[in-house]
Structures are given as C-alpha cells and as structure tokens.
Design a protein around this ligand. Sequence first.
Ligand code: DGL
Length: 278
Amino acid sequence: MDLPTAPPTLPGASPCPASIGVFDSGVGGLSVLRELRTQLPSAPLLYVADSGHAPYGERSDAYVIERSRHIALHLRAQGAIGIVVACNTATAIAVRHLRELMPELPIVGVEPGLKPAVAATRNGRIGVLATPGTLASEKFQRLLQAQAGVTVLARPCPGLARLIEQGDLAAPALRAAIEAHCAALRAADVDTVVLGCTHYAFIRDHIEAAMGAQVRIIDTAHAVARHTVRTLAGRFADPGPAGAKSSAVTRLQTTGEPQRLREIASAWLAFPCTVEGI
Ligand code: DGL
C-alpha cells in the first residue's frame, strides 16, 4: 500500500514537509524520539508534547481518547505520513480508536516490555512501573495474561510522570518517589524491571541505582524505533546509516510552556530541535 503524500499546503501557510509524527502526554516520548532520530537520521520528525493536558495516566479513558484523536489529526494536518504514539497510556487506551480514525496512516504504538522481561528474568520475578491508566487497561491485562510462568508485580506510579514533567531530575520529591517505588520492587525480590511509561526512561539511572546492578531494566524505545523504521522503510529519500549525524529537521510542539520544553530538550536531547507552542 502506498502511503499518502503530505497534504497540500494552504496559500500563505508554511510548507509541511512529509514527516513522522510522534506524540506523548508530555516530554516522556522524547525518549522514543531520540531513538527515532538515531535510527532515521534523514527523516523529518514532528513531536507534540501535550504537556498542557498531562498527565494522561490519571485521567478517564474518554479524556485520553479525545486528546489522542485531537493530536493525531493535528499531526496528519501537519504532513505526518506515519504516527508513533510514544506513550504507553495513550497506546493502551486510544490506539485502536486512532487506527479506526485514520486507517490510511501507519500508527506505531508502545507497550510495557513484558515479553523481553520474561526472556531476561532469571528468578521469574518481574516488576512493572507504569501509570495507573496503563495498568488498568484491558490491553495491559491481556498482555499480562499472555505471560506464563512468571510472577509480575505491576506497580502503579501516580504522580511520577508529573514530577518528571517538571524537568528537574534531581528534585528531592522525585528522588523520594523513585525510592518508594523501588523499595516495593526490592521487597518483592524482582530481578527485572520494566519501564512501562516513556517518561521513566529519563530516570533510568536513578532506578538502576536504587535497584542495584544485578537488576535488569527494560525500556522498549530502541525496539519501537526499529519497528518504526521497518514500518516506514522506503518512505524517506535516503534514511542514511543509523547513528549518522542527522541532516533532517526535528520540530517540537507543545500545548504547555514552550520555554520549559526548550530547556528540557536542550538538557535531555543531543541534537538540535526547534520548539513552538500550539
Ligand atoms: N509517558 C506516558 C506513558 O508512557 C504517560 C505519562 C502520563 O501522562 O501519565 O504512559
């Protein structure tokens, strides 16, 4: 199936290059975006952080579906020829609706890496850190039931994404929350921890330190980017060798404060981006 080309540009509007659209409730999906940038150095990327409406993980399903539809339509109108839902919560609750809404666009979602965790565990005890919305979803419950022969401690982390959204990874309140969640996982004797929210990739070092070097941490950002490359292969002139210095533009848009996103992007991403409010 041929993918649609970018929609025509309206007279007077700025041109919309064909791009990969990526979104999250906020800055967490930047952990997926940086993998996409590495693996698709020549693809224009357009990222929307819905920080004005974060967190999704503590909202009703109807709210998450409505926000996800709104942003996906915006990305398509901006020229996205594929969409990466860089949010476990939005994927769990809304991805089916997005695929019905725009069947012509490939849509890649993310889910907690339970399958790689089952392959990695040695003692059969796995911890999953995720939002309450992800863990309560039918999609996650089905994923959980499909894993046989392991014990899974699924730990909801209300408030954790909101603390990461603040951008200060050394904040005492954030460090205390990480310690509380990790203490529960240590008490359950897990040897593998799944980062089931894209925000948590940015506190991976803190989680590693709190759990100890013997515990494996599973983050699916790399695998999601690989899957996106396969899904969109051939759609961009020359994807370039993975890891090459990027020649393509990376645009970040936010429904929150552009200045905060600018500061976070320059601290957390190793490539240049433009930032604008929407
Ligand atoms: N980053 C999101 C996820 O992967 C959601 C965080 C939130 O908004 O609650 O689930």
